[in-house]
Write a protein that binds this ligand. Structure first.
Ligand SMILES: Nc1ncnc2c1ncn2[C@@H]1O[C@H](COP(=O)(O)OP(=O)(O)OP(=O)(O)O)[C@@H](O)[C@H]1O
Ligand SMILES: [Mg+2]
Length: 253
């Protein structure tokens, strides 16, 4: 989806997930995020870009209860969910696809998808499988193959499909296009847009800043554990400061 007034500019925008003044880090006394603000509204696709080590993955993990938040709050529809365990967040409708090791290579595609639904009653699994395969028919064609045989792009598709088994309202994606050829990257971005079009609100961290900004309703630039810039994706894409500091080399591609 592209930025529209109805999604981002209207006064009745509905906040889904908010991170407010987040201070978080892995080791005692070492803050990686030093007061980050973040907001995802209903139906949005929000991008997060920034240099390596800026804290992008840490922000997603902090929102998903995987890195302790020391100050500030994470809210889902206004309910404080700061530092709740990941499985509780999954129950509340938040899905997370980590940057690496996001599929089980020795399990089949079907088994990987079934793992995503482990919190659901078994009777619901077939219906969920059907709907994920409807979205990603390629996963259905290769249902009995081991995930280790998939290409990079197909693996990302499987990782997203697994998160979708729980019918999340919000999906947090950490660098879904990392390490993929440009053609596969295109496929992954199309998949992200298809998921968003089904009504899932998405936060996507991306190295491929240009492509990310092009499809993001809004985006945040993080730098050194802080907010640096934010705005509609298209605006950031053409902002001379953002180009100079964060898109310079990529802009030539
Ligand atoms: N498990 C960890 N334990 C301690 N420090 C960590 C851990 N993971 C990341 N860090 C540190 O946190 C900082 C931010 O890392 P993070 O992975 O959030 O950056 P990033 O923006 O996602 O970078 P990249 O673009 O390389 O994925 C870095 O200084 C990193 O060394
Ligand atoms: Mg990262």
């Amino acid at each position: 989806m592209n930025a529209t007034d109805s999604k981002t500019g209207s006064p009745d925008k509905k906040q889904v997930l908010v991170g407010d003044g987040l201070i978080a880090g892995y080791l005692p006394g070492v803050d990686i995020l030093t007061g980050v603000h973040f907001e995802l509204n209903l139906g949005e696709l929000v991008g997060i870009i920034g240099p390596n080590g800026a804290g992008k993955s840490t922000l997603l993990k902090a929102m998903f209860g995987l890195v302790p938040v020391r100050e500030g709050a994470v809210r889902l529809h206004g309910e404080v969910i700061t530092n709740l365990a990941a499985h509780s967040l999954v129950e509340k409708g938040v899905g997370f696809v980590p940057q690496t090791e996001n599929v089980f290579p020795s399990l089949t595609i079907t088994e990987n998808l079934e793992m995503g639904a482990y919190q659901l009653p078994k009777s619901q699994t077939p219906d969920r499988l059907d709907s994920v395969i409807q979205l990603f028919p390629k996963l259905g064609e290769r249902a009995k193959q081991r995930a280790g045989l998939l290409s990079g792009g197909e693996r990302q598709m499987l990782a997203m499909g697994r998160a979708l088994m729980m019918q999340p309202e919000v999906l947090l994606l950490d660098e879904p296009s990392a390490g993929l050829s440009p053609a596969y990257q295109g496929e992954v971005f199309e998949n992200v847009q298809s998921i968003n079009a089904t009504g899932v609100s998405i936060v996507m961290v991306e190295q491929n800043a240009q492509r990310c900004l092009r499809i993001s309703d809004r985006a945040y630039v993080l730098d050194n554990g802080k907010n640096a810039y934010e705005g509609p994706g298209i605006d950031l894409l053409t902002d001379p400061k953002v180009i100079e500091l964060y898109l310079g080399t990529l802009a030539k591609q």
